[in-house]
Structures are given as C-alpha cells and as structure tokens.
Write a protein that binds this ligand. Structure first.
Ligand SMILES: *Cc1c(COP(=O)(O)O)cnc(C)c1O
Length: 473
C-alpha cells in the first residue's frame, strides 16, 4: 500500500459516492477514449482508473499498482511525476504559462532550441540541423516536416516535387497527412479515399530477411528497391519519411542501420529530403540519444515528440537545416512557412523538456542504459525458447517477442488474434505490469528508472501474458 493514498481531496469524495465501479460507469457514460473500440470496455478490456504515478509505477484508485512497462505509449523516460520535471513545470506555470509564439520569444523555448541543435545527430561534411520549429504532438511534427519539405522545394523552383515516399509497415501518426504516410491497414484503410498517396517502398525489417540472409543484407535489399524508385521517379519526390531502426507501431520491427546510410546517400543523389521520425525512437530508446547516430547520418528533418518532455506534457519539435530555412527567407510573405499551432512552443512544455535534458545529464542515462539494456536482454532471453516465441529482438531499450503459432513459418495464430492479445494484456495486469501487445507482438519499452524489483515483475507478468496468449481459444 502506498502512503498517502487517501489524502487526495478530489478523489476521496468520488470514492465515497460508490467507489471505483461508480467512477468507471460515469467515465464510460461521457468519455470516448483514444484508439479504443469502446464496446470492448463492456467486457474483455478493463478500463483502469489511475490516481497517480510514481517512478515506473501507476497506482489505481483502489491502490492497485502496475508497472508501466510500455512507458505510457512510449512517452515516459525517467518515471512518472518526476520531482525535477514537476518542479520545472510548476515554476514555469507560475511565471508564464503561455504566450503566442508568433512575435514573442521566451527563455524556455530558446534554451530548449539551443540544447536540441547541440544534441542533434551530426554527419561529417553535412550542414548541421540548426533550426527548431515547435509543434504540440508527434502527428503535428510530421505534418510540419511534410509541408516544410514540399514548400522548400516549391520555393526553390522545384515545383514538380509533389510526392512523398514512405516505408511499408511504417507509422507516423493519425492526422490525415501523417496517417497517409503510415502503412498500418487497421488505422489507415477506411480513410484511404481522403489521403495523399505516398510511394511505398519495402521495409528493411530484418524479420523479413530471407533464410540465411543477414539483417544487413536484408537492409541492402530494401535499399536497392528504394534506389530503383528514385531512378524512376526521383525528380518528382519531395521527401522520404521513415522511422530509424525500429518501426514501433508496426510491431517493434527492427532493421540494420545500413539502410539509413544508403537511404541518406540516395536522398542526396536525387535531391530528396530525408525526414527522420524519431518521435518514438528518439531520446535514448535505441541505445543512443538518437537512432540516426547508429548509422552515422543526419536527416534534413528530425521529428521529435513523446520523450521530448519526459512524457510529461504534449510538445514536439522539428529540426531542420539552414538550407531549408533559407528557402523561406524572402520579402514575399507567401514564401514564408505560415504554419502554426495555438500552443506551439508552450513555455511550460519547453520547461519540462529542459528538465528532461537535465536528467539525461545528471543521470548519465545513455551510459546507464547500456547496462540496463543488457540486463533486460538477459531477462528476456529466458523466454526465447518457448514454442510461442517466434522471434525475440532488441534494439537498446526496446525488446519484442513475436508470438507465433508455428515457430518455423513464424505465422501468427489465425484463431482469435484479438482475444489472445486481450488475454495477454489482462494476465500481465493481474501479474502487476502494463504489457499492451501490438497484435501478436508483446514488447517491453520501460522507463529508464527501473531496477531489479521492476525487472522481476516484468518477468513474472511476461510469463503470465505468454501463458494466457497461448491458452486462449
Ligand atoms: C506516436 C508516433 C507518432 C505520432 O505522435 P502523436 O503525438 O501520437 O501524434 C508519429 N510517429 C511515430 C513513430 C510515433 O511512434
């Protein structure tokens, strides 16, 4: 039991009026939750009322605790309600909570921009990412990068560059432009008549390597397909958008960095921008601060969100080069980037992001995560031999188990895929951890503050989830 459970004045009366059940009934009567078939909340999918978070743990209204093994949709880095981030948010909110960011500047926004350009991936011989444009969420960052790329080409007299290239199995968000670049049929298919149509190229996903083919060879094969497209249509392409190293929503599918190096070379050769969507993989998830570093490349646009604020507040940033910036520099207002979001550059969110960058420094998170990711790999390995586990993969702090019916073909179960995933989710919860499978992929993407106690819970919950997934019929 966590101390202070009944101190929360706003929740105590709610519990007195009929307890958790009444709370849930009220919620389900009025709230429409994201990415949810709401009908499932009438049965198989529990709705969990949360009162607080501490470190890697979430605490329910009734005092139940769950390990947040998926970092609340991959946003949380250093634990929930982190005192340093909370203090920065409180102090900034009491000083300047928001101001229009057109025509006004503020210290948290400036400081964050300076720190981000100093930390951004660099590549010898390439002009660095030196400009920061703020948005409010990941999808907005993608919209910004797509519009900026297109418009920069227009301003440079390249009017024919009107198309984008995206990877099979990629994911870039839910707004129409970002969804158009995504290749997850469940989210995209129904909206297809509304969407831009990117050129889709094969994913370098090592899971699809041919028998005996190395991940690197698989990546080079995908790069050859990209080269063929560029040879055919390079003149008409504005940008290639991809998730470096891990396609997260697509099932934590991982690829060799050789693909990124080849894509960078091809983009340069054909005058196509490279948009690196590091919204999920940025800020240390893959073992380096940014995934692009592992390929030794820098993109033309770097999209950041999720962990940017430590997971505390909505914020995104698009970093780009001085060359792109200069394409908009003009006496003609129509050549400017007239894109905006009301809360762009919100000072409280920027303060949270600055506090998060402080924590990277004070905790030496990237170095510390080297040992932690090795420890997690060791913990995951005990499940590798199970008949159900067709593939166990890891990139830094992201680990994934591909759950299959048949290990040889690595085919997922044909029967009851959704019921299996829900059963695994519920079993994980009952064993104390939030493990929210992506279809047949169970994964770990925990906050960086986990220790041995948390890893033990993670192992127990994973064992329970695998058991439930296999048993469900
Ligand atoms: C989550 C995500 C997005 C979208 O971010 P939102 O803040 O949810 O709009 C875009 N790209 C990737 C790779 C993501 O994981």
């Amino acid at each position: 039991m966590i101390r202070g459970m009944n101190e929360n004045a706003s929740i105590a009366p709610m519990l007195a009026e009929g307890g958790v059940e009444a709370f849930l009934a009220r919620d389900l009567a009025v709230v429409w939750h994201p990415c949810t078939q709401m009908r499932e909340h009438r049965g198989e999918l529990p709705l969990l009322p949360v009162r607080r978070g501490r470190g890697a743990w979430l605490e329910g209204l009734d005092g139940t605790r769950w390990l947040d093994a998926i970092s609340s949709w991959w946003t949380n880095l250093f634990g929930h309600a982190h005192p340093h981030i909370a203090a920065a948010i409180g102090a900034q909110a009491a000083e300047l909570e928001h101001v229009i960011y057109a025509g006004f500047a503020h210290e948290p926004g400036l400081r964050l921009a300076e720190r981000l350009v100093a930390l951004a991936p660099r590549e010898p011989g390439r002009a660095p990412l030196r400009r920061v444009f703020y948005g409010e969420n990941g999808s907005a960052a993608i919209e910004i990068a797509l519009k900026m790329s297109f418009h920069a080409h227009q301003n440079a007299g390249q009017a024919q560059r009107t198309r984008f290239v995206a990877l099979e199995n990629g994911y870039h968000g839910e707004t129409l432009g970002a969804l158009a670049m995504s290749d997850i049929p469940l989210y995209r298919r129904i909206y297809a008549p509304l969407l831009l149509e990117p050129r889709l190229v094969p994913s370098p996903d090592a899971f699809h390597a041919a028998p005996g083919e190395s991940p690197e060879a698989c990546a080079r094969r995908a790069a050859a397909a990209l080269a063929a497209l560029f040879e055919r249509e390079g003149e008409t392409l504005a940008a290639l958008v991809l998730e470096p190293l891990v396609q997260c929503a697509g099932g934590m599918r991982m690829h060799h960095p050789a693909y990124l190096a080849e894509a960078r070379t091809l983009c340069d050769r054909f005058g196509v921008h490279l948009i690196a969507d590091e919204i999920a993989v940025g800020f240390g998830r893959t073992g380096t601060l940014f995934a692009c570093e592992q390929a030794g490349i820098a993109p033309d646009f770097l999209c950041l969100s999720k962990g940017l604020s430590g997971g505390a507040l909505p914020l995104s940033a698009v970093l780009t080069t001085e060359a792109v910036f200069e394409a908009f520099w003009s006496e003609d207002r129509s050549r400017a980037f007239l894109h905006s979001h009301s809360f762009a550059g919100n000072p409280v969110a920027c303060a949270a992001a600055n506090a998060t960058l402080d924590l990277f420094e004070s905790t030496h998170a990237i170095e510390a995560n080297r040992a932690l990711s090795a420890r997690l790999g060791h913990a995951a390995a005990r499940f590798a031999d199970r008949p159900l586990v067709g593939d166990l993969r890891q990139t830094g702090m992201i680990l994934a188990f591909e759950l299959v019916e048949d290990r040889r073909s690595r085919r997922p179960h044909a029967d009851h895929p959704r019921r299996r995933a829900l059963a695994a989710y519920r079993a994980g919860l009952a064993a104390g951890a939030v493990l929210r499978p992506l279809g047949n992929v169970l994964y770990w993407m925990p906050p960086y503050c986990i220790g041995e106690e948390e890893i033990a819970v993670l192992e127990r919950a994973t064992a329970a989830a695998l058991e439930a997934y296999a048993r469900c019929a």
